[in-house]
Write a protein that binds this ligand. Structure first.
Ligand code: DGL
Length: 267
């Protein structure tokens, strides 16, 4: 049985990073209901074993289907998409699924210098899915792949000092950036946590560098796969976390300037 248009869209991330995607969804589909699930109690995923990510992603999806009857799921996490989305498609063939992957194709199209930096988690960059994506584009564009160990975790904890240190370290590791010929002129934010600190990354990389993220294209893709689109009524978002309620609440306030009704969850 297909879920009705009043059924919410599930949005799942290892933590608060998916809020950057949720914002784009709310702009693209303003009348829809959403259930946001942050697995903050088990984040970050980026440096964990694949089996941990698979188990957590499966548990989250089962919860969203059983308790919220979602009509579609956005896996707002590059790492979970890279490691687990093919298994979700097997387990839930009826459920429209939208995943995220580092936007290296749009970045390659955008880069005049054909030099693109990619900031992502180690799990994403080491995945087979990313290897295939990269191999298909590496002929025309040089990609400088930078795993950012610890950065998503620091953003998750809102640990400002650590965010500053790691952002500086990883931006410097990319090498010279700017619009002059030969430099990296485009940088992909290949983890949904990174747009939450985009201002800081932009300041480090320089104003000439274009940052590419996936929120808006993912929202458009979600519109395409939805069986039903609500065209009227108020949007409503419910937030769940396996971590600390206050952490998600303050991230929503900071990121969306909205008060959030957050519940904690054990799955
Ligand atoms: N936000 C996630 C991503 O897009 C995962 C970050 C993490 O948990 O390490 O990759």
């Amino acid at each position: 049985m297909t879920a009705p248009e009043t059924a919410p869209i599930g949005v799942f991330d290892s933590g608060i990073g998916g809020l950057s995607v949720l914002k784009a969804l709310q702009a693209e589909l303003p009348h829809q209901r959403y259930v946001y699930l942050a697995d903050s109690g088990h984040a970050p995923y980026g440096e964990r074993e694949p089996q941990h990510i698979i188990d957590r992603t499966m548990a989250a999806v089962d919860y969203l289907i059983m308790h919220h009857g979602i009509q579609a799921l956005v896996v707002a996490c590059n790492t979970a998409t890279a490691i687990a989305i093919h298994l979700l498609r097997v387990d839930h063939p009826q459920l429209p699924l939208v995943g995220l992957e580092p936007a290296i194709k749009p970045a390659a199209q955008h880069s005049r210098n054909r030099r693109v930096g990619v900031l992502a988690t180690r799990g994403t960059l080491q995945s087979e899915k990313f290897r295939v994506l990269h191999a298909g584009l590496a002929q025309q564009t040089e990609f400088i792949l930078q795993p950012c160990d610890g950065l998503a975790g620091a953003i998750e904890r809102q640990d400002e000092d650590r965010i500053t240190t790691l952002s500086a370290q990883y931006c410097a590791a990319l090498g010279p950036c700017g619009s002059a010929p030969g430099l990296i002129d485009t940088v992909v934010l290949g983890c949904t946590h990174y747009p939450l600190v985009a201002d800081r990354l932009q300041a480090l990389l320089g104003a000439d560098v274009t940052l590419i993220e996936s929120g808006a294209p993912v929202a458009r893709q979600t519109r395409r796969v939805l069986p039903h689109i609500a065209t009227e009524g108020k949007s409503e978002t419910r937030y769940y976390t396996t971590g600390r309620k206050e952490a998600l609440q303050s991230a929503v306030q900071r990121w969306s300037q909205a008060d959030a009704l957050v519940s904690t969850l054990e799955i």
